[in-house]
Design a protein around this ligand. Structure first.
Ligand SMILES: Nc1ncnc2c1ncn2[C@@H]1O[C@H](COP(=O)(O)OP(=O)(O)O)[C@@H](O)[C@H]1O
Ligand SMILES: [Mg+2]
Length: 130
């Protein structure tokens, strides 16, 4: 069981301090905003927000909520909501990966964005043609 599942408060925030380039930090802020809003909207009980190192990707930002279990086969791509579109598109923009699962007890939901903090300049839109 991870520490995000053992928080005692209603909302817990845990994380390492990291420096991110603006082109990663700004989209990540939108992603966090959407996922925390959804956790408050669809979850019940505790919400845990956690930023931790990830051996493969660099960092993992996870937003986990207690409450009703995410439906089987939940597909964020099939959702008509704007929130999931923003989360998916900004995750792609920062070269990240989105993982969606239930909480450790099979209840609630956990959305994790795996991303790198490495400073890599994004490709210019004209890069392919010049
Ligand atoms: N934390 C969550 N727990 C359970 N269901 C969720 C959660 N986050 C998103 N969903 C489901 O995914 C759908 C799409 O989310 P979103 O695109 O943000 O749209 P909206 O919040 O406007 O309904 C929601 O309608 C809900 O059914
Ligand atoms: Mg939403």
């Amino acid at each position: 069981m991870s520490s995000s599942d053992t928080c005692t408060g209603k909302v817990s925030v845990e994380g390492s301090q990291i420096n991110l380039p603006a082109f990663t930090a700004i989209p990540l802020g939108f992603i966090a905003n959407e996922l925390i809003t959804n956790a408050a909207k669809y979850g019940k009980g505790r919400i845990a927000i956690r930023l931790e190192p990830d051996a493969e990707h660099g960092y993992a930002l996870s937003i986990c909520n207690d409450g009703p279990a995410l439906p089987d086969g939940f597909d964020p791509g099939a959702s008509k909501g704007l929130g999931m579109k923003i989360v998916r598109s900004f995750t792609d923009q920062i070269g990240g990966e989105l993982r969606i699962e239930r909480g450790a007890d099979g209840q609630g939901a956990r959305f994790t964005v795996l991303f790198s903090a490495a400073v890599v300049q994004p490709l210019s839109p004209n890069a392919a043609t010049s």
